[in-house]
Ligand binder design. Sequence first.
Ligand code: SF4
Ligand code: SF4
Length: 139
Amino acid sequence: MSKKPAQKRFRLIFPAHLTDQPILYQLVRNFELILNIRQARVLPDQSGQVSVELQGSEDEIGRAVDFFLEQGIEVAEQDEELGWDPDACVDCGACLPLCAPGALYRLDASGRVTLDRSRCTLCGRCIEVCAYGAVWMES
Ligand code: SF4
Ligand code: SF4
């Protein structure tokens, strides 16, 4: 029976001289991994941050981390998840303008606020403004 693939999230910090290098392209070409870029903030001539999710075997993910480190990229695993209690949410909308990737959004029909975890980059901004304890960070 084949093992279930692992799924891990990482924050990659690229030094300025690497932000224009095709490092994620090399990852896709040379590793048997599925790459999901969750958020990227890279400006020319400045360091950049990219949040990625890697899916594949534990060994292959480990090799990919070694590859990043060899290139001079800082790697931090993100093992937290955003806690979400829709019953505590009063749909006030205070979090919506702060959620850049649109992970928290208003459903058109009902106007209720909901969460799409696949878009969440764990920035934590919604937690700072939510006075109702509807969102929190859990590990
Ligand atoms: S700030 Fe909190 S209560 Fe208000 S919409 Fe966002 S999650 Fe819901
Ligand atoms: S932590 Fe909150 S504000 Fe940040 S991306 Fe996730 S849902 Fe949006």
